[in-house]
Design a protein around this ligand. Structure first.
Ligand code: ARG
Length: 432
């Protein structure tokens, strides 16, 4: 490992203890690294703005950071356990390139606000990606709703046949759920859109740092004012980001559930894209919806990560090394959520709907609710109508499902899906 930033003369740190302290932190820092480089450049420019760093030194630092960023993207600079963490790697690179000038960059900051700002930028980037993929998923669901808008299919409650419904209603439900979750993601982004850089170890510094300008350079909407509040946001913000991701994953879990049930021989309503279906090592006949199942299970990864974070966050004010353990659950959740949601638009586009089978699964008794409502609308008390229809379910055999769904005019229901309203919300999200 390169020389530790905080090493005391004459004391050698125990190697086994160091390995434990570092854990896989430096590997996780690979996710934060480009953001850390960006924030370091903004910090150097901020120091120069206040005359705390000569402007030619700041220029040299920014240029070296650009080189580091390029080497990082090309894979020629590798972040590994030669370094304690990504922050040390940046300083070590600058010092190697620029000598003592490299050592000037850490004036007025601490690794505590350095990790905070890099993590904040990483989360904002992840939320932007998530909002974009959720929006694409909402569009794909909306397209499917339009394609077979009035095609009848059974509506279920308790997984028991309930009333006639439509493919349009089923698919539009995902369009709206994805949209509202994308709105939650956008709200979460606004909630965390504040720059913690320049709060140092959690108590500020005896320098007039241009925090507002640095915040603007990095594209934040505002600064986190109180340095102790900045520290207190570590893990707290991660938890809220995970909550938004969990919501997205549970929308997807519902879709995955529906597709896996509807693709069984018992239902036979849908055929998942053949390229996504797997086989069995022993049963030659098997076609398994593993994709839907792993999409469904991925929600558990995010849920587990939320619990992990909640357990770590039981701390008094100020920085504590415990907070390092907030990084792994965040990175794991971002990866699984982004990897999962990216697959959804295509899955929605390419799944085949077996409209004939869906229609055939609607039996006459499913008209009972319509019939009771009709009787009540023409004057009978609803409870009497309910009993009358309930006593003669066998007579409800001949009605056409199309008749039922075209009469379902309550706002949002099969005959009035209001797809254009969902469309406008999607467009507003895309424009944000
Ligand atoms: N790896 C550390 C973390 O994630 C970086 C901050 C270290 N700060 C400190 N005071 N030891 O929390």
């Amino acid at each position: 490992m390169s020389r530790l930033l905080w090493q005391k003369a004459g004391v050698t740190t125990d190697a086994e203890v160091m390995r434990f302290l570092a854990g896989d932190d430096v590997i996780l820092d690979r996710e934060l690294f480009p953001f850390d480089i960006r924030a370091t450049a903004a910090h150097a420019q901020g120091l120069a703005l206040r005359g705390l760093l000569a402007s030619n030194d700041a220029e040299a630092i920014v240029a070296a950071l650009q080189d580091l960023d390029a080497e990082w993207s090309r894979g020629t600079f590798v972040l590994d356990d030669r370094f304690e963490d990504g922050h040390s790697a940046i300083e070590s690179y600058l010092t190697e390139r620029l000598g003592e000038v490299g050592g000037r960059v850490h004036l007025g900051r601490s690794r505590n606000d350095q990790v905070l700002v890099a993590t904040r930028l990483y989360m904002i980037h992840a939320l932007d990606t998530l909002r974009a993929t959720l929006t694409q998923s909402a569009r794909a669901a909306l397209d499917r709703a339009r394609r077979d808008e009035m095609a009848p299919m059974p509506g279920y409650t308790h997984l028991q046949r309930a009333v006639p419904s439509t493919v349009g209603l089923w698919m539009a439900s995902f369009a709206e759920s994805f949209t509202e979750t994308a709105e939650l993601v956008a709200m979460t982004r606004r909630w965390i859109d504040a720059c913690p850089l320049g709060t140092a170890a959690g108590y500020g510094v005896n320098l007039p740092l241009p925090r507002q300008q640095v915040s603007e350079t990095l594209g934040f909407a505002r600064i986190v004012i109180n340095p102790m509040a900045a520290q207190a946001s570590r893990g707290k913000h991660e938890l809220q980001v995970l909550a938004a991701m969990w919501q997205a994953m549970q929308d997807i879990r519902r879709l995955a559930w529906d597709l896996s049930i509807f693709s069984t021989a018992e239902f036979d309503f849908v055929r998942m894209p053949p390229e996504t279906v797997t086989g069995s090592s022993i049963m030659p006949n098997k076609k398994n919806p593993d994709l839907a199942e792993l999409l469904r299970a991925s929600c558990a990864v995010v849920g587990g990560a939320m619990t992990e974070l909640q357990q770590v966050l039981s701390l008094p004010s100020g920085y504590h090394r415990d907070l390092q353990l907030t990084k792994a659950p965040l990175v794991r959740s971002v990866r699984v959520t982004c990897d999962a949601i990216r697959l959804v638009p295509d899955l929605l586009r390419r799944t085949e709907f077996k409209l004939e089978n869906m229609r055939r699964a609607i039996d006459g008794t499913m008209m009972a609710t319509d019939r009771a409502v009709d009787l009540a609308a023409s004057g009978m008390s609803f409870r009497d109508a309910y009993r009358q229809v309930g006593d003669s379910l066998d007579s409800l055999t001949s009605a056409e499902p199309e008749e039922s769904v075209t009469a379902r005019v309550s706002p949002g229901a099969c005959a009035d899906l209001r797809l254009s309203e969902i469309e406008s919300r999607i467009a507003a999200l895309a424009a944000e």
